[in-house]
Design a protein around this ligand. Structure first.
Ligand code: C2E
Ligand code: MG
Ligand code: MG
Ligand code: MG
Length: 271
C-alpha cells in the first residue's frame, strides 16, 4: 500500500494523493485493458497570464487510476515509451482533451503532451488532425507540448510533420526547455510557437543569481524569435514576481493551481 493510506478519511478524494504501488510487469500486463476501461484520467493545470492574472490555458496531465489509487505518469510513461504503447495513450489523451473543449464553450486552449516516440511515427500529424477534426473544434484550441529531447532521431521527418500541424493552426510548445543537452541547437532548428522554461530553472531563479540571469536571457531570446514564454513549476510569490518582472508571458505551477480533476477545473472556469 502507498503511504498515507491510514489517514485518507480526513481528506476529500483527490487524484493527487494515495499512490498505488505496482510492478513494471503489472503495468505492462494491464495497460491495454486499462485504456479500454478508461482507467486513465486527465487532470488540468491552469496556465496564467503573468501580467493580467487571467487563465489563458491549461495543460492536460494524465493519471492512471486503479483500484481507487493513483499511478503517477513518471512510473508508466517511460515504460510505455520503451514498448511503444505511448502513442495509444497520447492519442487517447488528445481525444479526451478535444471532447472537453467541444463540450465546454468557455474552455481555454488545452495543451497536450506528446512523447518523442509518438512524433516519430509516420502519419502522426494526420492522426492528430483527424482526432481534433472529429470533435469539430478550432485547431487554435489545441497546443502540443513536445520536450526538447524528443527531436533526436529522424529529426527531419518529425520536423516536417510538426510544420504541417503548425500550418493548420495548432501551436507547438517546446517543453522542459534548457533541461537537455543542445537546447540551443534544437531551438534554432525547431518550428515552435511557445518556449516552456524547465522547472529546474524556476526553482533556483531567486536564490541563484546565475540561474536568474539565464532565465532573463532565455526570455529575451524567445521574444526576439517571436515565441511566447511559459514558466513551469512556479511555487512561490517571489518566483511569480521575478518572472513577471522579466516579462515572461505565462506561468504555471502550484503557486497558482495544482493539476485539477475535471470537475474542479470546470468550477474554476465558471468563477
Ligand atoms: P511536464 O509535461 O513537464 O509536466 C509538468 C509536471 O510538473 C507535471 O508532473 C506537473 O504536475 C508538475 N508540476 C506542475 N507545477 C508544479 C510545481 O509548482 N511544482 C512541482 N514540483 N511540480 C509541478 P506530472 O503530472 O507528474 O507529469 C510528469 C510528466 O509526465 C510530464 O512533465 C510529462 O512529460 C509526462 N506526461 C504527463 N501526461 C502525459 C501524456 O498524456 N502524454 C505524455 N507523453 N507524457 C505525459
Ligand atoms: Mg508538459
Ligand atoms: Mg514541462
Ligand atoms: Mg517537466
Amino acid at each position: 500500500l502507498g503511504k498515507g493510506t491510514a489517514d485518507t478519511t480526513i481528506h476529500k478524494f483527490s487524484p493527487e494523493m494515495d499512490t498505488l504501488r505496482i510492478s513494471n510487469n503489472d503495468i505492462v500486463a494491464n495497460m491495454a485493458k486499462a485504456l479500454d476501461d478508461q482507467e486513465f484520467i486527465l487532470l488540468y493545470q491552469p496556465k496564467i497570464n503573468l501580467s493580467t492574472g487571467e487563465l489563458v490555458g491549461a495543460e492536460a496531465l494524465v493519471r492512471w487510476m486503479r483500484h481507487g489509487k493513483m499511478i503517477p505518469p513518471d512510473k508508466f510513461i517511460p515504460l510505455f515509451e520503451r514498448n511503444g504503447f505511448i502513442k495509444h495513450l497520447d492519442y487517447y489523451v488528445l481525444d479526451k482533451a478535444c471532447a472537453f473543449v467541444a463540450t465546454h464553450p468557455d474552455a481555454p486552449k488545452i495543451s497536450v503532451n506528446l512523447s518523442g516516440v509518438t512524433i516519430m511515427q509516420s502519419g502522426f500529424d494526420r492522426r492528430i488532425l483527424n482526432i481534433i477534426d472529429q470533435h469539430g473544434i478550432a485547431h487554435s484550441q489545441i497546443d502540443l507540448e513536445i520536450t526538447e529531447t524528443a527531436f533526436v532521431e529522424q529529426f527531419e521527418e518529425s520536423l516536417g510533420r510538426i510544420q504541417n500541424l503548425r500550418s493548420k493552426g495548432i501551436t507547438i510548445s517546446m517543453d522542459d526547455f534548457g533541461a537537455g543537452i543542445s537546447s540551443l541547437s534544437r531551438l534554432k532548428n525547431m518550428p515552435i510557437d511557445i518556449l516552456k522554461i524547465d522547472r529546474a530553472f524556476i526553482v533556483d531563479s531567486i536564490g541563484n543569481p546565475r540561474g536568474g540571469h539565464i532565465i532573463k536571457c532565455v526570455v529575451q531570446m524567445a521574444q526576439k524569435l517571436n515565441m511566447e514564454t511559459v514558466a513551469e513549476g512556479i511555487e512561490t510569490r517571489a518566483q511569480e514576481e521575478f518572472l513577471h518582472n522579466l516579462c515572461c508571458d505565462v506561468g504555471q505551477g502550484y503557486y497558482f493551481n495544482r493539476p485539477l480533476p475535471e470537475n474542479e477545473f470546470i468550477k474554476l472556469l465558471n468563477q
